[in-house]
Design a protein around this ligand. Structure first.
Ligand SMILES: [Zn+2]
Length: 115
């Protein structure tokens, strides 16, 4: 085990095989067969960009109560091989969502569904 081993993501080869906006959901098919249907509002609320999250403290600057409940992804642009940039219907487009973040949102959403 070298120093770099610690920096490897847990599942480096799991990535989306398809990513699409369907109504109020972002539908992600993963290379391991899992399918996530994420509510757009959840994805928008978890935007990781510098104007939504303080880069130093990690504190969320975005007030989610100000979001439009029917906010939708208008544009999905793959960034490198590790992330997607989302252009939202409210004009916000600086959020870059890594595959890891989207998986984590899928986990979070699944936990909420079980309630
Ligand atoms: Zn943002």
């Amino acid at each position: 085990m070298g120093l770099l081993d610690d920096l490897q993501p847990a599942s480096p080869r799991i990535r989306p095989t398809s990513l699409s906006a369907e109504g109020t959901e972002l539908v992600i098919d993963w290379s391991d067969g899992r399918r996530d249907r994420l509510p757009m509002l959840l994805v928008r609320a978890r935007c990781p960009c510098a104007s939504c999250v303080d880069e130093w403290s990690g504190k969320r600057l975005l007030n989610v109560t100000t979001l439009q409940p029917d906010v939708a992804a208008r544009r999905l642009t793959e960034v490198g091989r590790y992330a997607v940039q989302v252009g939202w219907s409210d004009g916000h487009d600086t959020g870059i969502y890594s595959w890891e973040l989207l998986r984590a949102l899928g986990d979070e959403h699944a936990r909420r569904q079980k309630g």
